[in-house]
Ligand binder design. Structure first.
Ligand SMILES: NC(=O)c1ccc[n+]([C@@H]2O[C@H](COP(=O)([O-])OP(=O)(O)OC[C@H]3O[C@@H](n4cnc5c(N)ncnc54)[C@H](OP(=O)(O)O)[C@@H]3O)[C@@H](O)[C@H]2O)c1
Length: 258
């Protein structure tokens, strides 16, 4: 069996490659820069998978864009293959992740969707502010069940090497933590206090809109607002599928900030 890993240089993909290799599964990686990978490497863009998908049995798929334009054509080379797609909980409401899931279902029946609430790696965006000891962002009391990228990868390895066809997993961390608490735990990992400075939502929307697009930024900030009263769910799917509990955020913080 050979599995194509897209996003192989990214946070989850690099662990998917390592996990599949440990499990004795051959991997091929798709990268934009050939110098970033070794082994069975195809250089190219994720929107043109024909060469990369030739002869593989399975695919770890992510779609690193904020819109699904061109998705159906992009996925044609995956027809009939096993596809494990890194999706989002919000796919049930449509959006880019819902559109990609729909396109995957059209090309193959052998799919598994890993719907994450949020990736712990989102907190890496705070890194420059963490150095100052203050994270300025909106809704510090929004409680998120962010998941360690290695848990996502462990799920993907199980899904790619086992029988999980047609399954939709909700992939979360072990608890819903306030964003301000995440910042505090990063400070603990560093051994220096990190506090939260509550940023007005409109300021955050304008700032994020500049690089994420106004609509995406608005939706994200409004979503965080909703999590103050109604935290993200905590799922046991990581434990059920991988056999180990989801890794806590303080472990993630120590790995990335100490
Ligand atoms: N952040 C969240 O909370 C969240 C929630 C739900 C779902 N997700 C999904 O998670 C995905 C990110 O996964 P991740 O954290 O593992 O990845 P990541 O660390 O964000 O890295 C993105 C990967 O995609 C590759 N890439 C980007 N554009 C590409 C292109 N045009 N052609 C080929 N490869 C390309 C990058 O390669 P290079 O080395 O060439 O840059 C890199 O390997 C997002 O796209 C999103 O759909 C995220």
């Amino acid at each position: 069996m050979t599995v194509l890993v897209t996003g192989a240089t990214g946070h989850t993909g690099r662990h998917v490659v390592a996990g599949l290799t440990d499990a004795g599964v051959n991997t091929r990686v798709l990268v934009r820069d050939r110098n970033k990978a070794r082994g069975d490497v195809v250089q190219g863009d994720i929107r043109n998978l024909a060469e990369a998908a030739e002869g593989v049995d399975g695919v770890y798929l992510l779609w690193p864009f904020f819109a699904a334009d061109g998705i159906e054509q992009a996925l044609e080379p995956l027809a009939g293959k096993k596809v494990v797609y890194l999706s989002a909980m919000s796919a049930e409401d449509g959006g880019v992740w819902g559109d990609v899931e729909a396109a995957v279902r059209k090309v193959t029946d052998d799919w598994t969707f890993l719907r994450v609430t949020g990736l712990a790696t989102n907190a890496l965006a705070w890194a420059p502010q963490v150095k100052t000891g203050v994270v300025r962002a909106p809704y510090g009391q929004a409680r998120r069940s962010v998941v360690h990228e290695r848990d996502v990868a462990d799920m993907a390895v199980e899904a790619l090497s086992g029988v999980h066809s047609g399954q939709i997993y909700l992939v979360t961390g072990p608890e819903a933590l306030a964003q301000a608490e995440q910042a505090r735990l990063i400070g603990d990992a560093l051994g220096t206090p990190v506090t939260w400075d509550e940023q007005p939502p409109e300021e955050a929307k304008a700032q994020m809109g500049a690089y994420l697009g106004a609509e995406f930024a608005r939706n994200a900030v409004d979503y965080w607002a909703s999590l103050v009263e109604d935290p993200e769910p905590v799922s046991l799917d990581v434990a059920r599928v991988t056999g180990h509990p989801a890794r806590p955020f303080d472990e993630w913080a120590r790995e990335h900030f100490s």
